[in-house]
Design a protein around this ligand. Structure first.
Ligand code: GAP
Length: 565
């Protein structure tokens, strides 16, 4: 589907508008119009239903602004960058690896010097004015800001919602009565200062994510619900590059997907995508190449959709190991561990934080006991190799130098052990999913456009029309419209223009059915209900419209409604 044609429909019909258009707009920023905002809400609501109600994840909501140390720990400050080149004549900027597409198998994996040489040797010039380009330079994609007046404190807009869940692991774990596995989700905005985004909703500078972080025991990667889905076949493109359709169970047994938990959430992602109406024949899961995968991830699968921009990543499902939680333990010295209770107490050798009271006493005097207790509770990995750590005593942060503690090995009988959980992360991009839905739903025959959005996500479920806006037909139609609103069904009332035009407008925005009130309604109380995709019509009692629309939205057909009459 040609993106320009689809974006033009979206703009005309109130799905999407370029943001701040009257001031010339800003690349990578879009507004959702009334239909787009409703579609987005419906996608998010269904996702929430699957993850929060269906799988028991806890939904949280964290600020979009976060202080610098969060991103120092996560690695974003040092490594979240792309390379750009700038035209020496007109100043246009380009993502350097995008300009090298077709010149190398994987330009994103090249370093600055290699990429610069490749572009130079291939005589790549500015696409605008054919001017000469600079050598590639690194550009951190986070938006920097500061919190507070004066110098303030350095902060960044979050580039993913995930960090809010990692830093809150202890709270989430406690809320779950200290049991693993435990999952959290967050739906919200993320920000990336992308270099010259030119692909509509696919590459935005402010976008929406639905992310789940499942904290699991590092040695238990089985999943209780796995047997129920093991025979479901999925379209996979493993690292070999050869596409195959394989049952989830077989993919795990043959080591193609690393473990049951990861495979279960790959399946759940597929179920979500198909249920909301993405075309299964244009979906695939592509496994990350070894060079593409973060060094700490043991396996990662992207759900990709075939759309007007080519195969595009919508969701990433990754086994991130203990990397994220461990990174925040190392940088904050907080105890973000889970506790595993043994069946019987065991004698073990374990590392502990040993407090040196002879150094601590003179430094902290009356507070020394409380500081010592706080130190002893820290995880050894949180203090190892640090010149100082910070502990909280009576609500105050206190910095303690390394002369006051050491990590030593102690033999003791213990009832359990602390462990750093592993994380399985399904990370969904809402905007890309929404765009792909529109792309897959778009059909056109002789200039007649029908958007085949299904009842689960369609922003408007039913159009309500009086044949004429007179003779009392309009008041009956308005009564039906109000009965639908009272039942929580999004309806659209329209009494202007020919009936054909009104159907066409609803077809073009993806409304699955329409109800028309005509002169027969006045005599026998029946109305016509029309199905968008088959264009078939059925007469039903006007009082049964909300029930009939609800049934159609849940997958019933007009034929099955007719049989129930
Ligand atoms: N926490 C992991 C993470 O953020 P990611 O692959 O960088 O992983 C997850 O992002 C999803 O967010 C992607 O699959 C994509 O759908 C969406 N996404 C990422 N960058 C985006 C952008 N600039 N514009 C729109 N969506 C984006």
């Amino acid at each position: 589907m040609d993106p320009q044609e689809l974006l033009s429909l979206c703009k005309r019909r109130g799905y999407l508008w370029p943001a701040y258009d009257i001031y010339g707009g800003v690349g990578g920023l879009y507004d959702y119009g009334p239909l787009g905002a409703a579609l987005k809400t419906n996608i998010e609501d269904y996702w929430r239903k699957l993850y929060v109600l269906g799988e028991g994840f806890q939904e949280i909501s964290c600020p979009v602004v976060a202080p610098e140390p969060v991103f120092k720990a996560s690695g974003h400050l040092d490594a979240f960058s792309d390379m750009y080149v700038e035209c020496l004549s007109c100043g246009e900027t380009y993502r350097a690896d995008h300009l090298a597409k077709g010149l190398h198998d994987n330009p994103a994996a090249l370093g600055e010097a290699e990429l610069g040489k490749l572009l130079k040797d291939s005589n790549v010039r500015c696409e605008n004015c054919k001017g000469e380009l600079t050598s590639p330079r690194r550009f951190n994609l986070m938006f920097k800001t500061s919190v507070g007046a004066g110098k303030g404190t350095v902060a960044y807009l979050r580039p993913e919602t995930a960090q809010g869940m990692f830093v809150n692991f202890s709270q989430i774990y406690r809320h779950a009565r200290e049991k693993l596995p435990v999952g959290a989700v967050q739906i919200g905005r993320a920000f990336r200062n992308e270099i010259s985004p030119r692909q509509g909703l696919i590459r935005l500078r402010e976008f929406n994510q639905m992310e789940a972080e499942l904290f699991i025991h590092p040695e238990t990667k089985t999943w209780p619900r796995f047997p129920k889905i093991r025979d479901v076949k999925l379209p996979l493109v493993p690292q070999t590059g050869k596409p195959l359709t394989m049952a989830v169970g077989e993919a795990v047994e043959r080591g193609i997907i690393a473990n049951q938990v990861l495979a279960y959430f790959v399946w759940l992602t597929y179920k979500f995508a198909v249920d909301i109406g993405l075309d299964p024949s244009r979906l695939r899961f592509r496994q990350h190449e070894k060079t593409e995968m973060a060094h700490y991830a043991s396996d990662c699968w992207d759900l990709e959709a075939d759309i007007g921009y080519g195969w595009t990543e919508l969701v990433g499902v990754a086994d991130r190991g203990s990397y994220d939680v461990q990174a925040h333990i190392n940088h904050s010295a907080a105890d973000l561990t889970a506790f595993e209770r043994f069946d019987e107490p065991k004698e073990v050798e374990q590392e502990v934080v040993k407090v040196k009271f002879d150094s601590l006493g003179p430094l902290f005097k009356g507070n020394a006991k409380a500081v010592g207790e706080a130190l002893a509770k820290l995880h050894p990995s949180a203090v190892k190799g640090r010149r100082e750590v910070s502990v909280e005593v009576k609500g105050q942060k206190i910095t303690v130098p390394s002369s006051c503690y050491e990590v030593s090995v102690r033999k003791e009988k213990v009832s359990g052990r602390k462990l750093v959980p592993h994380v399985i992360e399904p990370s969904y991009g809402v905007d890309r999913i929404l765009y792909s839905l529109l792309d897959h739903a778009y059909t056109k025959k002789d200039d007649y456009v029908v958007l085949r959005l299904n009842g689960l996500v369609a922003p408007v479920k039913v159009g309500v029309f009086p044949l004429m806006a007179k003779d009392g037909l309009d008041s009956i139609a308005l009564e039906i419209y109000e009965s639908l609103s009272a039942a929580g069904i999004a309806a659209y009332y329209d009494d202007s223009g020919s009936i054909g035009r009104r159907y066409a407008r609803m077809d073009e925005v993806g409304t699955p059915c329409c109800v028309t009130v005509d002169y027969d309604t006045k005599t026998d109380g029946s109305v016509t209900i029309r199905d968008r995709d088959s264009t078939e019509q059925l007469r039903i009692k006007k009082e049964s419209v909300p029930k009939a629309v609800e049934a159609l939205m849940s997958g019933a057909t007009l034929k099955s409604l007719g049989e129930m009459k």
